[in-house]
Design a protein around this ligand. Structure first.
Ligand SMILES: Cc1cc2nc3c(=O)[nH]c(=O)nc-3n(C[C@H](O)[C@H](O)[C@H](O)COP(=O)(O)OP(=O)(O)OC[C@H]3O[C@@H](n4cnc5c(N)ncnc54)[C@H](O)[C@@H]3O)c2cc1C
Length: 388
């Protein structure tokens, strides 16, 4: 038997859940969120490192982060769930003059965007801020104390819980296999045991969104790429208030507040091919461990823990920024996917924006830079610098 909803959201991760919550807040609670997983959060959301930052090289991302930060601060009041926000900062170290110049340029953009809290530090100030870090090769750094950590699963859960309380329905364990289009407009979402008539569909299927787009004949690049996090056994020499700390080639580490007090070690493997592989590669973990040994003053002999190391998928677009906005053809479909490593931190602004698009049928200024069609006029997002 066919069922109906005004909006069907494909994907119940942090992005789909935020959209559902924001739609309900905008007065649209005739919404069904469909996720093929038997439990929510087993896509990329539950595998995220839980970092959030304002320090981006483009004003649009800074505005998105500012919006998110305000929402995260009142998240518990809005949803009843504590997002576990810890403002310990992000620290970007420069080990070369070229990187220092780049960080200074990015810092200027941030100041112009009103991010007065971000500062440039010299080596002595870095040593004072993070006495546990080796700074011999450091020329300077940028730091923002508003950046830090939060818990992706709690946030997703908070959004979903509050959306349910406002009347949104969740269908777990159901896969959308077919988006039915009639006369140029979305009509139904179908799969085994699923036949849902909709006015609007939202594609929030994370790294799996490309498959749905291809099925619709939409030619947008969106690739799944494995991203790995190596976790250590408890590491007391890494203070629990230490910032997310980046070397200038992107290697970074954080205190693992939820997983037993070790460190999470993260780096992009530039040779990583496009694939749906989510297996952790211990050889890559060994490389990350070596990097930690070089950066910590007193590293001891950190043990990598198989129980605390994992891999997940980034959904990657050509400029590492998401597609957020309605498709031109077919009509009635809004896309919210392709977040690389920013989908958790940018879920509040994304959810609010998509709700505005459906409720008012207009794209907020905040979100215009993320149009799925931005490449027609050339993406304005810089190709280098703090992308990750
Ligand atoms: C290792 C790693 C570290 C990261 N670190 C950070 C970080 O520090 N900060 C940050 O902001 N972001 C980080 N990210 C990125 C972040 O995890 C993602 O951007 C975010 O989780 C995307 O959320 P989503 O809801 O779009 O996708 P997902 O959480 O993947 O949810 C998509 C859902 O869609 C469902 N689905 C897919 N296809 C279908 C279908 N056909 N029918 C029904 N359901 C379907 C899936 O089951 C899944 O639950 C990291 C990612 C990884 C992998």
């Amino acid at each position: 038997m066919s069922d109906r909803a005004r909006v069907g959201i494909i994907g119940g991760g942090i992005v789909g859940s935020s959209i559902a919550f924001n739609l309900a807040n905008a007065g649209i609670s005739d919404v069904v969120v469909i996720d093929r997983g038997p439990l929510p959060g087993w896509g990329s959301t539950g595998r995220a490192a839980g970092g959030f930052r304002h320090q981006f090289p483009h004003p649009a991302d800074i505005a998105f982060s500012r919006f998110a930060f305000e929402r995260f601060r009142r998240f518990e009041a809005d949803t009843g769930v504590d997002p576990n926000l810890r403002m310990h900062g992000y620290l970007f170290l420069a080990q070369s003059q070229a990187r220092l110049d780049q960080l200074r340029g990015i810092h200027q953009v941030q100041r112009q965007a009103g991010l007065s809290e971000a500062v440039m530090l010299d080596r002595e100030s870095v040593a004072e801020l993070v006495p546990h870090v080796v700074v011999d090769d450091v020329l300077g750094a940028s730091f923002c104390p508003l950046d830090g950590f939060l818990d992706p699963l709690y946030i997703m859960h908070g959004y979903a819980r509050a959306a349910r309380a406002r009347g949104v329905r969740f269908r777990l364990g159901q896969e959308v296999e077919r988006v039915v289009v009639t006369n140029g407009r979305v009509q139904k979402l179908q799969g085994p045991g699923l036949d849902l008539e909709v006015e609007w569909a939202v594609v929030a299927a994370g790294a799996w969104s490309g498959r749905l787009l291809r099925q619709l004949g939409v030619e947008l690049q969106l690739a799944p790429v494995r991203r790995q996090i190596a976790g250590t056994h408890p590491l007391p020499q890494l203070p629990s208030d230490s910032p997310m700390t980046f070397d200038d080639d992107g290697f970074h580490f954080r205190k693992d507040h939820l997983g037993g007090g070790g460190a999470n070690l993260i780096w992009e493997d530039p040779a990583e091919p496009e694939s749906f592989n989510q297996e952790f590669d211990v050889a890559f973990g060994a490389v990350l461990r070596e990097r930690l040994l070089k950066r910590l003053k007193d590293p001891g002999e950190p043990l990598l823990s198989p129980r605390r190391s994992w891999a997940g998928l980034y959904a990657v677009t050509p400029d590492h920024h998401p597609y957020i906005g309605p498709l031109r053809d077919p009509a009635g479909i809004v896309l919210a996917a392709g977040f690389s490593g920013h989908g958790v931190m940018h879920s509040p602004a994304t959810g609010w924006s998509v709700a505005q698009m459906i409720a008012n049928q207009e794209t907020p200024d905040l979100t215009a830079p993320y149009s799925p069609y931005r490449f027609e006029r050339g993406s304005q997002f810089p190709a280098t610098g703090n992308i990750y």
